[in-house]
Ligand binder design. Sequence first.
Ligand code: MSP
Length: 509
Amino acid sequence: MQKFYITTPIYYPSGKFHIGTAYTTALASTIKRYKKARGFDAYMLTGMDEHGQKVQKVAEGRGKTPQEHVDEMAEEAKKIWSLMEIEYDDFIRTTDERHTKVVEEIFDRLMEQGDIYKSEYEGWYCMPCETYFTETQLVDGKCPDCGREVKKMKEESYFFNMKKYADRLIKFYNDNPEFILPESRKNELFNNFLKPGLEDLCVSRTSFDWGVKVRKDPKHVVYVWLDALTNYITALGYLSDDDSLMKKYWPADLHIVGKDIIRFHGLYWPIFLMALDLPLPKQIYAHGFIMMKDGKMSKSKGNVICPEPLIERYGLDAFKYFILREMSFGQDGTFTPEGFVERFNFDLCNDLGNLLNRTIGMINKYFGGEITSYPTNISDLDKELEEFSKNSIKQVEEQFDTYHTSNAIIETWNLVSRTNKYIDETTPWILAKDDSKKDRLATVLYNLIEGIRIGTVLLRPFIPETTEKIFKQINTDNTSYDSVKEFGGYKSGTKVGTPEVLFKRIETK
Ligand code: MSP
């Protein structure tokens, strides 16, 4: 069986999880489910990035030890992922011994190899971002990433010799044009960082101690990004007694990250891996941000939205549908209450909910709930619907396989709309008035329910809870991905279930 290893970034335990972080995780879980449905042995990793000065500060501010703080936050994370029915296989924390031990070892090894050397670092440090910047990188004297104040700092540090590997990375980029998605992000990394020449990276700190200590020089802790990035392999048991997962799943097939951290994943991570003599991940996809009307979500602006209240009020799938539909490949998307209500009412209630409700209603009304016959006299309209459905499946696959997940939803929705249109074209309520058209009516209703079945299978990776409800209402267990390849998989003679409203309209007044 072909494997598929997918990862999310590991999250900072610095505050509440908002819909941005929820998006990254929901996206990874959706892609995993799709790959599983396509027959892959898919494995998903998520976790927490628990070291660093900022975490130490936040913990102090709460009157807790860093460990107490991160333990609580890890529980919070697990709670929200469970609420969101995220299908992860492992949850790594950078404070896990299985991780820290290996990070120590990696650091030692890189030092022995001469890739890491001791020197002195002076630069502009942004505390919230835990990143040093050079004078020229600053924007108006402030942090180029978050816009906050930076402080001039100097410390004895270990450095990683990036220059040694830069040419190999350039070659790798040229040989693997789809290594970084979207292409625009790859070009950015290439033109702004690789071409001008990569700077060596400072990989240790002495200004705080909440981190993995450098074995041979314990006043240093390992720089948080070297610590964090290696989670993708420590979770698989790299350099441990049992590295069977490493053998099975590495290299990662897809690292999903937000655009703000593509620099670390697209430049430093591959170079660390080269230094460790490990294969590089196959692809790294940088998605955009969920924006609010007034710009980026941030605690200081007070415009942070958390997933819990949305899920509580409108249901998990309404929330997931919205974020997954609204965020186009690599682009930012905007969250507005109006946009949310619109998608909910138009897409979920009208298009999907009504299609199901009308169809089951008609089957109940005209045939006592039973799909009586397999289609007989196939008309052009029927053939068109069948062709449309086959084409939709092809399109969905194309979009999903290139991680254009919102397009995959749009393609599925086109099938939902086409099926709705089929009702208007075939006018079952008129057919029902004429006894001689009973066979035709049965065929039309069969095609409708089969269209629904196929659309539902395609929607399953996105909104599994709703799709289970639909399968129950149409009373089918023929729900495998392969079963939709041929039109006609719905078993005739089936009695449908009771119609139930999937989504209740939100009254906007
Ligand atoms: N700890 C690092 C990642 C280390 S990975 C080896 C980190 N953590 S984070 O908690 O700050 O962010 C985690 C992810 O959430 C990032 O991919 C980031 O882009 C994403 N998002 C944070 N805000 C977001 C939005 N508003 N919208 C979409 N994603 C956002 O970075």
